[in-house]
Design a protein around this ligand. Structure first.
Ligand SMILES: [Zn+2]
Length: 243
């Protein structure tokens, strides 16, 4: 599948911190991830829009409706929606990832969710082993009709990457040095269809421009400004992204 618009949602936000453990908040981790993933996807020529680009609250229904409005506004024919989350469980030994799709999801969407799970576990053993829901042929993928999956009029995936309640995993997902590595694995899978497809989303000329320094700097400045406004380690992020 070739996606002409990728809509990223950082789960929770504002008064809703999501899972919290030892002062680490899910809403912050996932916002960092969508900012870095947007940066990486845009460098690869994808059109990306964010549902949440700051620390504010919107209900899951409002987020789904916003994603639908964005897709319409952009005139997208093949949009993709991905919502990012972290997990939490009473048993601190619980670990790994769970990727969710709606029960009516297409095979392409299920496969994308599966491939993201498989490749993340392959790259980061801390997120393994990959678990398979009984009765499902797709390891790493579960079917749940969460609001952001049921109310979005497009292929939609919800990623629960890492347990904030598991100490080593919390340290891993809360480390900004891992952000671009995690985002890179996800971007590879989102773009896998584009790379194998007949056409690339943008034209050659624009693609060349995207790799130019000025363009990178502009995107970096944007990410940095948001990180700064939230008091994060923007310098470290910049250093990582510049590598
Ligand atoms: Zn969550």
């Amino acid at each position: 599948m070739q996606y002409d618009l990728i809509i990223l949602d950082a789960g929770h936000g504002g008064s809703d911190s999501g899972a919290i453990s030892n002062g680490v908040m899910e809403k912050r981790i996932v916002l960092r991830w969508v900012l870095v993933l947007r940066f990486i996807l845009e460098l690869r020529g994808c059109k990306v829009r964010l549902v949440r680009d700051g620390d504010f609250y919107e209900s899951p229904l409002a987020k789904a409706q916003k994603a639908n409005a964005i897709a319409e506004e952009e005139g997208a024919e093949n949009p993709l929606f991905i919502s990012f989350h972290n997990n939490k469980y009473d048993k601190t030994s619980a670990n790994g990832l769970e990727n969710f799709v709606h029960s009516s999801a297409s095979v392409e969407t299920i496969l994308l969710a599966r491939n993201i799970a498989v490749e993340l576990v392959k790259r980061f053993s801390i997120l393994g082993p990959l678990r398979q829901e009984s009765g499902s042929p797709y390891p790493g993928v579960k079917m749940r009709n969460f609001t952001v999956l049921s109310k979005t009029d497009m292929p939609a995936i919800l990623l629960e990457i890492g347990f904030i309640s598991n100490v080593p995993e919390r340290n891993f997902i809360n480390d900004p040095a891992q952000d671009n590595l995690i985002a890179d694995v996800i971007a590879d899978q989102i773009c896998a269809g584009q790379a194998n497809g007949v056409e690339i989303v943008i034209d050659e000329e624009e693609s060349t421009l995207n790799t130019e320094r000025d363009d990178c700097e502009e995107l970096l400045a944007e990410v940095t400004a948001i990180c700064n406004s939230l008091g994060w380690q923007a310098d470290k992020l910049r250093e990582i992204l510049n590598k």
